[in-house]
Structure formats: structure tokens, C-alpha cells
Design a protein around this ligand. Structure first.
Ligand SMILES: Cc1ncc(COP(=O)(O)O)c(C=O)c1O
Ligand SMILES: N[C@@H](CCCC[NH3+])C(=O)O
Length: 419
């Protein structure tokens, strides 16, 4: 668990007791460790040291400003998928020249704002987007540096809902059409193709699909150069998995060595877009058991966090470790619990028949590996205010997003005067 560990019988985040934070901010809340965020970033920096490579953190995984700022201080760039995220990246101190803009449905207005902000690169995912970008760039009198996101038709061997690299996917351009589209791009006013982008999916736990995709990108690079395009960058996407349960994701050193073996002598600057592997295991979700309810055949732990706070289990049947904040006695017998939230959906279930130490009303529990795609995917379903996010650094902590009151939520809405 790294930065999250039991000390004196209580779960700690670095040097702060999770009990103390719960008392101060109330449950449920997300809790992130600065030391873990920094360690994960430094692991990338270390593994790629000596290669012409840089990290553009994929903000979508966790776009809290303080998290962004933590990476800014370490020299990160950003991969953004909306103008909202672009503005977050800029507000978090990431310089425009380190921002790449991905996504299948960028609007003309978003393209205009990205060009006006002079970001590093726009990763184009379709011909209509290319034509729209050409028109917008021409109207502004600028030239847009672009990558085309190619779809290498590689099976990422991950959950179907988070695989993006197979043929006939909404993402990217078919590999076999890539040369024609680069030719079209080079012919359009306001467009300069400078890079190739690829991203085949998320939570990959095997190097082989990455290698297959990157080899196809390298082959395409040679063809594009032969076609006369001046391509000096490769954007290799994100996707490296983390351990939620017993997955064994590739070692970063092996990943970096594989990248070097494929791209080392291509004369290209490489961009990496990790999201989950930087933040996933740097965060937990802390929740309180409201009731333990004994059903006819099973026991339910009803907790105060719900699917609106952490949707991954409902959406992808994702596994998150669950541990009590009070350290269980050594050898405590495990009992199967269904861990569920209060939302009115059967899908509001975090775990089914999970063996856990005895739980009682009011106990605090922690959902592990919740730093990525947790807070970022939360909603206010059932009028549940977004939960606080807290950042620990050594022996101090700060609320980095406070819990809005229901009154504040209501004040943001408008009832027309004809009602
Ligand atoms: C284009 C792109 N880059 C980077 C990422 C980050 O992926 P991950 O969080 O799996 O590293 C994603 C999300 O899957 C993406 O779509
Ligand atoms: N949100 C997903 C991953 C999707 C990645 C975004 N491209 C998850 O929680 O695993």
C-alpha cells in the first residue's frame, strides 16, 4: 500500500491518521498522498532518463488542481480532452507548450481556444475534425501542429469498455488510411503534421500489445517520412495498468526499455500520456459503515459512499480492495460481506461476498486504488454532494476540494418565473 499503511493500529496516509482526517472533514472523502504521486512520477522520469521523452499527465484520471500542481512542480506536461481540462492544466501551472489535446469530438470552439492558447499539439482523430481544424486555424492565421491518432488494430486485452485500439472503434483513424490522411493533412491550409499518436486502451497489464502498437507506429513513421512528411515526434499514449487485486503490470524499466528499443534510433521526441499509473494507487476513498444488515442469506455492509462517488465497480465490475481503517486483530476471521452504497440502484454495489474482517456500524473503511477515475467520474446522483478531496503531505493535510452543501447545489439551479 506504500504511502497508506497501518501504524499504531490505524490506517495512516503518510504520517497522518485517517481517523483524524475523517473527524476533520466527515465521510466519505477521497484521500491522496503527495509522496505516492511524486514517487509514481519520478518512476517515469527515472525509467525514461536518457531518452528524448516527456510525460504529459492524462488529466482525465484525476483533474484536481492540487494534483495537477504536484505534477507541474515535477516538470509534467498535460494530455487534455476538453477545453475545460485545458483550462485546468493552465490553471495548474502547466505551460501551454507542454499540453496536447486528444479526443474524438473536439468542437470548433474548443479547437479555436486551443490554438489561441498556443498549445503544443492537437491529436486529430477524424477527417472532419482535420477539416474543421484547418478552417479554424486559417481563420486565425496560425498553423496547427498536429498528430493523427492512428488505430493500430491491436487487442489491448483489457476490459472491453476501456479498450480503444481495435479496428472500427470510435477512436482514431484506421491504420491503413493513415498515409492518405497525412497527405490530406499536409495539403490543407493551417495544418502541419508533426507527430503520430496512438493509445490502445487503459489498464493494460502486458507489454505485448504496447509493443505491437508501437512497432506499427514506427513502421508508419518510415512510410510517412518516405512520403515527405517531417515527423519528429511520437505520442505513445497512456494505458499502463496498476495493481488493484493481483494484476502484475509491467515494470516501468521494462516498458521504457521496450520503448527505447523501438523508437531509440528514430530521431523522434516521445510523449507518454500516463493517467492511472500516476494517480491510481496514490489515492483511497474513505467511507463509514452506516449499517450492517443481516439478510436471509447474506450480510450487507451499507456504507456512506456510493456509485456516484466511485462508479468503477458498477461500470466495469472493477475490483477495489476494501480494508478497515482500524487495523484488524492479527488472525481475525474473515466474513463475507456485500458492500453496498445508499443509492437507489442495485448496481450501487462495491463488492459481492467479499471476505472482510468483522465490520460494525460506524466503522471506517478504505477503498484502495481509488486515485484514478474516482473523483473525476463522480456525479451528484440522488442529490449527493460531491465528496471532499484531501491531500496529505508528510504530517499535514489540506482539503483540496471541499464538500458543497445541498443549499449551494440548489442555489446553482434556476426555476423559470413562468413556473
Ligand atoms: C488518448 C489517451 N491518452 C491517455 C489516456 C490515459 O490512460 P491511462 O489512465 O490508462 O494511463 C487515455 C485514457 O485511456 C487516453 O484516451
Ligand atoms: N475510466 C476508466 C478508464 C477509461 C480511460 C479513459 N480513456 C477506468 O476507470 O478504468
Amino acid at each position: 500500500m506504500g504511502a497508506f499503511a497501518y501504524r499504531y493500529g490505524v490506517l495512516h496516509a503518510e504520517s497522518v491518521s485517517v481517523n483524524d482526517i475523517a473527524r476533520a472533514v466527515g465521510t466519505p472523502f477521497y484521500l491522496y498522498s503527495t509522496a505516492a504521486l511524486e514517487a509514481h512520477y519520478s518512476a517515469y522520469a527515472g525509467a525514461f532518463a536518457g531518452q528524448d521523452a516527456g510525460v504529459c499527465y492524462a488529466l482525465k484520471a484525476n483533474s484536481n488542481l492540487a494534483v495537477i500542481r504536484t505534477f507541474t512542480r515535477l516538470g509534467s506536461g498535460a494530455d487534455v480532452v476538453s477545453v475545460g481540462e485545458m483550462k485546468r492544466a493552465l490553471a495548474g501551472g502547466i505551460p501551454a507548450e507542454r499540453i496536447v489535446f486528444s479526443g474524438v469530438g473536439k468542437t470548433r470552439e474548443e479547437l479555436r481556444e486551443a490554438l489561441e492558447a498556443k498549445i503544443h499539439q492537437i491529436n486529430v482523430e477524424s477527417i472532419p475534425e482535420l477539416e474543421a481544424l484547418s478552417a479554424v486555424a486559417s481563420s486565425l492565421g496560425v498553423v496547427a501542429p498536429i498528430a493523427i491518432r492512428v488505430n493500430p488494430d491491436v487487442d489491448a486485452k483489457t476490459h472491453a469498455k476501456i479498450a480503444t485500439g481495435k479496428k472500427e472503434n470510435k477512436f482514431g483513424i484506421d491504420y491503413d488510411q493513415a498515409r492518405d490522411i497525412y497527405k490530406l493533412a499536409a495539403s490543407l491550409p493551417g495544418i502541419k503534421p508533426v507527430s503520430i499518436a496512438v493509445h490502445i486502451g487503459s489498464q493494460l497489464t502486458d507489454l505485448a500489445p504496447f509493443r505491437a502498437a508501437y512497432e506499427r507506429v514506427a513502421a508508419l513513421l518510415h512510410q510517412l517520412r518516405a512520403d515527405g512528411h517531417d515527423i519528429q515526434r511520437l505520442d505513445l499514449g497512456g494505458g499502463l495498468g496498476i495493481t488493484y487485486k493481483n494484476e502484475a503490470p509491467p515494470d516501468l524499466a521494462d516498458y521504457a526499455a521496450m520503448v527505447r528499443s523501438i523508437t531509440g534510433n528514430l530521431g523522434c521526441r516521445v510523449t507518454l500520456e500516463p493517467g492511472r499509473s500516476l494517480v491510481g494507487n496514490a489515492g483511497i476513498l474513505v467511507s463509514r459503515v452506516i449499517y450492517v444488515k443481516q439478510g436471509l442469506h447474506r450480510r450487507f455492509a451499507i456504507v456512506d459512499a456510493a456509485m456516484n462517488d466511485l462508479i468503477r465497480p458498477s461500470l466495469y465490475e472493477a475490483y477495489h480492495g476494501i480494508i478497515p481503517v482500524a487495523e484488524p486483530e492479527a488472525g481475525a476471521a474473515l466474513e463475507p460481506f456485500d458492500v453496498v452504497g445508499p443509492v437507489c440502484e442495485s448496481g450501487d454495489t462495491f463488492a459481492v461476498q467479499r471476505p472482510l474482517p468483522p465490520l460494525a456500524d460506524d466503522d471506517l473503511v478504505a477503498f484502495l486504488s481509488a486515485g484514478a477515475y474516482g473523483a473525476a467520474m463522480s456525479s451528484t446522483y440522488n442529490t449527493r454532494p460531491l465528496i471532499p478531496e484531501v491531500l496529505v503531505n508528510g504530517d499535514r493535510f489540506a482539503v483540496i476540494r471541499p464538500r458543497p452543501t445541498v443549499e449551494e447545489m440548489l442555489a446553482a439551479e434556476r426555476v423559470p418565473d413562468w413556473l
